[in-house]
Design a protein. Structure first.
Length: 103
């Protein structure tokens, strides 16, 4: 199992809009892909912005490649998402899961 992590920043309003996009547009599309095992959208309020972090769970690197393309480190940020963000990482990181302690 592999977790793909990506970060962005937004205004409070932009964070709410991205949350809506993630839940109603992105997740339904990801759920159609082989090897997608779920995900998290986390937020942290900063002084005047909101930091957003996504963690998506995949079965294998080939599954991630089918989603992200040949360069799996490239982030996939659709124009609809870009429009509500102040900044976003152009790369994603991947970590193998050693222990899955979800109950």
């Amino acid at each position: 199992m592999i977790v793909r992590t990506w970060h962005a920043t937004a205004t409070s309003a932009g964070a709410r809009q991205y949350h809506h996009y993630f839940a109603t547009t992105l997740l339904p599309e990801l759920r159609k892909l082989p090897g997608f095992g779920g995900g998290y959208l986390l937020s942290r309020e900063l002084d005047s912005t909101v930091e957003l972090t996504t963690h998506t769970i995949w079965e294998s690197l080939p599954d991630i490649r089918a989603f992200a393309g040949e360069d799996i480190t490239s982030s996939v940020v659709e124009p609809e998402a870009q429009a509500v963000l102040l900044s976003f990482d152009h790369t994603a990181t991947h970590r193998g899961v050693l222990v899955d302690a979800r109950c």
